[in-house]
Design a protein around this ligand. Structure first.
Ligand SMILES: [Zn+2]
Length: 178
């Protein structure tokens, strides 16, 4: 999108309208990058998310004679995901973000708002609220989780215990890609 390519502009039109970018546009953008030789190695983060996307990706990669080395699954129990994803609070004034459990706001005395000098005016975005997060996880279970078996059958799946500390998760990922 920032390069102003035709596909980037097309994707921007969908996003500006608040719509999901269609699969063929996303796959087309990935193809453009790979054909341009943008990377000898690449990582797709959060894609594919559906069976249709996975099949489109496979067809495109086969066409370009590029193989996938691994598919990483960062597995985290649903309860932990709810805690992580519903805990974010933002300040209306300075824009800083905090987390109820992992990075709680220390209060006006210890940590005054850089913008107002008083307490940060915290609020939760609609898409961080429990109901929205639960919907996202339901969508994941219905549409994305089936890809676990798809890539396991292809011998590509590497399961990472995403419930561990960040350093340990990074070590597991490095080992899986070694
Ligand atoms: Zn603030």
């Amino acid at each position: 999108m920032s390069a102003g390519t035709d596909l980037g502009n097309e994707a921007k039109r969908y996003m500006d309208a608040g719509d999901l970018v269609p699969d063929e546009v996303v796959v087309g953008m990935i193809r453009e990058r790979l054909e341009a030789g943008a990377a000898s190695a690449f990582l797709l983060d959060g894609f594919p998310r559906t069976d249709v996307q996975a099949q489109a990706l496979d067809a495109m990669l086969a066409d370009l004679d590029i193989g996938l080395d691994a598919v990483l699954l960062l597995a985290v129990p649903r309860g932990d995901l709810m805690d992580r994803l519903t805990g974010r609070w933002l300040c209306r004034d300075c824009g800083r973000s905090f987390h109820e459990t992992f990075a709680p706001y220390a209060g006006a005395d210890a940590d005054p708002c850089p913008d107002t000098g008083g307490a940060c005016d915290l609020y939760q975005r609609d898409d961080d609220k429990a109901e929205a997060i639960a919907n996202r996880l339901d969508t994941y279970d219905a549409q994305t989780a089936p890809l676990i078996d798809y890539y396991r059958a292809a011998g590509l799946l590497r399961e990472i215990d995403g419930g561990r500390a960040p350093d340990e998760v990074r070590e597991q990922i490095s080992a899986a890609l070694a």
